[in-house]
Design a protein. Structure first.
Length: 604
């Protein structure tokens, strides 16, 4: 949903900003641009396309000046055109800004500004803000921004500069993420940490409607009421290399390969002999019911969590699309725990669902990957998945981190409710410890998946089936395939096939069936496979090693090692992620930047 980066210091801003922007390209990549101040004037360079192509064409990084702002766009208001690309400018006071979010009252503001004589060059909501700041400018950029934001409705993070004040960069946010990077003799703003990590590890997380004034040597923070605040600095401990490709052709492949390590890091310090330690869960009190709110892939991990929590901890669980949850007037009784699951911690729908739940008195526990993100900050408590920065737009390793946390939480609550004894926890911990090795095995021996992906790349449709705890994996496999390779795919509970979708089956239709051996619906799924086979469908089974029965039924089998019933899904998902990745590359697409998508969906 757009990436912002800003710099003020003594070095040339252009190369620094573009380097930062490349790290944010996962947030939007339909256009990009930069504005700098030099010799009392604003220089703007912007165009449509990906950063690399624009850089080659017009040299974004060649913009001159030691102060600047840059942006990569995921279009909301106005098509993908050069004029709609950011930065936008208001000519009178030479004000330029970049924006991430949506200004909901932009048409009213636009009419008002037009009546004051402002002419609009673009169809964006952002240009309205540039003119609004300009109309309020009376010698102080900070005050103009402060006066402008009180008139704005909606979500925004903004970085603003003016040729009249070449030593000042002003930034603010409401509901869209923005961090400040505090350097030595230079300062930064950015939508996300990787953009500044090469230059500083000291960050300040801006709160809603705070305004920050950056100079080369200072960071001044002002609250919603205009009063001065003391910025609270946090130190980022991530390894910078984790936000780079490290020799892999794409982030998606790198992140798939990082998954064994994600398991290890997410469980580290949280499990011991016969016990699970989850600090954030200690204060939960009596949990009578759990509602999981999440979107997309995180919603799929929630579905797996539902199985785990109901089966082991015997707590009733509902899994809700965060985007639907608050429009249903949900019932929250005492003892209801809401689990908000999000990789980015910024998904607007999940944030809104979580706020609704809190308003109704629920306790909210967040499972989040991005440190210091809005969901992490607003929840009553948070358990971090330790997946590190996930840059590929299609979520892979964050999903694994989420399911692992759900498994830990299940054991924690199961033990707390007296449903698991020490030995049972010990056994489940043993299964968990085995997982990274088994995952590595799949990754080391995935040639058959590559071959299969080439065939898949020629197909127009695919069906993914699974039952029980493997049904969410069918959904996730289908989502991954469609989002990165643009092959239409649907995930179904295998038994539902006969109630309609089976009409689609013919010899052209690949049907991927997740059918691991320990699944209690195993035999039933074999019958479902027979039904598909009888109609000529081409069966690709994701099955447990040693399963010879499946070989007789399926046209192709991808074997995965066998773990426990609850953890097998994490093994089955790996070949499906790889299948999507290789299908995308075989079709000539960039899996890191699928069309129409963005990593962090900060609009509702
Ligand atoms: C799919 C994908 C999305 C996200 C969804 C939620 O590969 O990445 O479906 O899972 O947008 O995002 P988070 O987890 O950041 O809330």
């Amino acid at each position: 949903m757009c990436g912002i980066v800003g710099y003020i210091g003594t070095r040339q801003a252009g190369p620094l900003l573009i380097e930062g922007l490349r790290k944010l390209e996962y947030r939007g990549y339909d256009s990009a641009g930069i504005a700098t101040v030099h010799d009392g004037a604003i220089e703007i360079r912007k165009d449509i396309g990906k950063i690399e192509a624009i850089e080659k064409k017009i040299g974004l990084s060649l913009a001159v000046g030691t102060i600047g702002i840059a942006h990569c766009r995921w279009a909301t208001h106005g098509g993908v055109t050069q004029k709609n690309a950011h930065p936008h400018v208001s000519p009178k006071h030479q004000i330029s800004l970049v924006h991430n979010g949506i200004i909901e009252n932009f048409s009213e503001l636009k009419k008002k500004l037009q009546s004051q004589g402002y002419a609009f060059q673009s169809e964006t909501d952002t240009e309205v803000v540039a003119h609004l700041v300009d109309s309020l400018y009376a010698g102080s950029l900070k005050e103009a921004v402060q006066n402008a934001v009180v008139q704005l409705e909606g979500a925004y993070s903004l970085a603003v500069i003016s040729a009249k004040e070449p030593g000042t960069l002003v930034a603010t946010r409401n509901e869209s993420p923005l961090i400040i990077g505090v350097g030595k003799g230079e300062n930064f703003v950015a939508s996300d940490v990787p953009a500044i990590l090469a230059h500083t590890r000291k960050v300040v997380y801006l709160k809603n409607q705070e305004v920050v004034v950056l100079t080369a040597t200072g960071v001044e923070l002002f609250g919603k009421d205009g009063g001065k605040l003391k910025p609270e600095t946090h130190t980022i401990t991530w390894d910078e290399k984790k936000a780079e490709k490290g020799g892999y052709p794409h982030f998606m492949l790198k992140e798939i390969f990082e998954q064994p390590q994600v398991v290890t890091e997410t469980i580290e310090g949280r499990i011991g002999e016969g016990r699970v330690t989850l600090e954030a869960a200690e204060q939960l009190g009596d949990v009578k019911r759990i509602i999981i709110v999440a979107c997309g892939t995180s919603w799929h991990s929630g579905l797996i969590g539902e199985f785990m929590l109901e089966e082991v901890a015997k707590i009733p669980v509902e899994v809700e699309y965060a985007s639907e949850f608050r429009y249903r007037d949900p019932i929250i009784e005492p003892g209801t725990l809401v689990l908000a699951i999000s990789q980015s911690g910024e998904t607007a729908d999940t944030l809104a669902a979580m706020r609704e739940a809190k308003k109704k008195g629920a306790r909210v526990l967040a499972i989040v990957n991005a440190l210091g993100s809005s969901i992490a900050r607003e929840a009553d408590s948070v358990i971090y998945t330790k997946a590190g920065p996930e840059i590929g737009v299609a979520s892979t390793k964050a999903f694994v981190g989420q399911v692992i946390v759900l498994y830990l939480l299940t054991m924690f609550l199961g033990r707390k409710n007296g449903l698991l004894d020490e030995q049972q926890v010990r056994n489940r911990v043993r299964d968990l410890r085995l997982l990274p090795l088994q995952m590595q095995q799949i990754l080391d021996e995935h040639d058959s998946v590559k071959t299969l992906a080439k065939k898949f790349a020629k197909k127009r449709n695919a069906l993914y089936l699974g039952r029980g705890i493997n049904y969410p994996i069918a959904l996730e496999g289908a989502l991954k395939l469609k989002e990165v390779s643009y092959v239409h795919a649907e995930g179904y509970p295998a038994a539902e096939m006969k109630h309609g979708p089976i009409a689609l089956v013919d010899k052209e239709m690949p049907v991927v069936v997740v059918v691991t051996k320990d699944d209690r619906t195993y035999k039933k799924v074999l019958s479902n496979i027979q039904e598909v086979k009888a109609r000529g469908g081409h069966i690709i089974a994701i099955a447990s090693k040693g399963d010879t029965e499946i070989k007789r039924l399926a046209n192709e089998v991808i074997y995965v090692p066998r773990n426990s019933y609850l953890l097998n899904p994490l093994l089955a998902v790996l070949p499906l992620q790889l299948l999507s990745y290789y299908a995308a590359t075989a079709r000539g697409f960039d899996p890191d930047k699928p069309k129409n998508l963005a990593k962090s969906v900060t609009v509702e």
